[in-house]
Design a protein around this ligand. Structure first.
Ligand SMILES: [Zn+2]
Length: 288
């Protein structure tokens, strides 16, 4: 799923292509928006808020087109009048926005809404501080997290009301780097602020590149410590990387982890957390 860095890069690309330009095509293929007509409006700016994209347009009233990529969505850009080679099949296109120079295709979008800009808060007002936001305050976020002392740290990192922009990949990678099991209660995590600093550093490092790497190694297959590596050897200790679901029953998400490097509670087969058995690293390589 796209996380804050991907959404941030998407917003920057859309802003560069559509910002300060008049829309000459605006085709919203979304049941509730079929009658909306945005042609003739100027796109003022496109910005990311957590994992949400906000495209603000002038007019009376000023409007904001909100989109969310969910699992597989993407915005693709191509020169107006030319076929977009990356956008996938036509029936999965949910929005077409074009000015004279550039065309943006919203493909497999998970959400599409149109609201007055003054009412953006109805869509994103529930979000916590943005992990890439200018007023980044890890101490403040840590304080909010400590109010949820009994909940599991992996679940709280994914809670967009606490911190906006983190998904399963950066949750897993940051907890690995800090050696914390995703199922550790927030109240038992010794340095929450440091964990939050690591989360932001990992995301920030990928802002300027298309590769999402948290190991510092951009080679294919070397980019990540644990995320999407279940069943493979831990790069640090050689234990087998594992995956289990985390979060409340209706919103469970996969959490990848190394039982050797991240001691602490882990789920059992019946779903109850318990101390892992025999979670002793076979060998421990120096930390990079
Ligand atoms: Zn390990």
């Amino acid at each position: 799923m796209p996380e804050a860095d991907v959404v941030w890069r998407t917003a920057a690309r859309l802003h560069a292509a559509l910002g300060a330009q008049v829309l000459v095509v605006a085709d919203l293929r979304w049941p509730t928006l079929a009658a909306a007509d945005l042609t003739g409006r100027t796109v003022i700016e496109v910005l990311a808020r957590g994992k949400h994209l906000l495209m603000r347009m002038d007019g009376d009233p000023a409007l904001t087109l909100h989109s969310h990529l969910r699992m597989e969505g993407a915005w693709h850009l191509s020169a107006t009048g030319q076929t977009c080679r990356t956008a996938g099949v036509a029936h999965e296109v949910r929005a077409v926005l074009a000015n004279r120079q550039w065309t943006a295709l919203g493909h497999r979008l998970g959400m599409l809404d149109l609201v007055r800009t003054a009412e953006e808060h109805t869509l994103v007002g529930h979000l916590g501080p943005d992990v890439l936001g200018p007023g980044w305050d890890p101490a403040g976020v840590a304080a909010t997290m400590r109010l949820r002392a009994q909940r599991e740290i992996g679940e709280v990192l994914l809670d967009q009301r606490v911190l906006a922009g983190v998904g399963t990949m950066y949750m897993a990678e940051a907890l690995f780097v800090r050696g914390v099991s995703p199922w550790t209660p927030v109240g038992a995590v010794t340095d929450l602020e440091r964990l939050l600093v690591v989360v932001r550093q990992l995301i920030e490092a990928n802002l300027g590149r298309a590769v999402q790497a948290s190991t510092g190694d951009l080679r294919a297959g070397h980019e990540r410590w644990v995320h999407a590596r279940s069943g493979r050897e831990c790069r640090r200790c050689g234990s087998t990387v594992r995956v289990a679901m985390i979060g409340p029953a209706s919103q469970q998400r996969p959490a990848f982890y190394c039982p050797g490097c991240q001691p602490g509670p882990t789920p059992t087969d019946d779903g109850r957390p318990q101390r892992p058995l025999g979670a002793v690293p076979r060998r421990r390589a120096p930390y990079r």
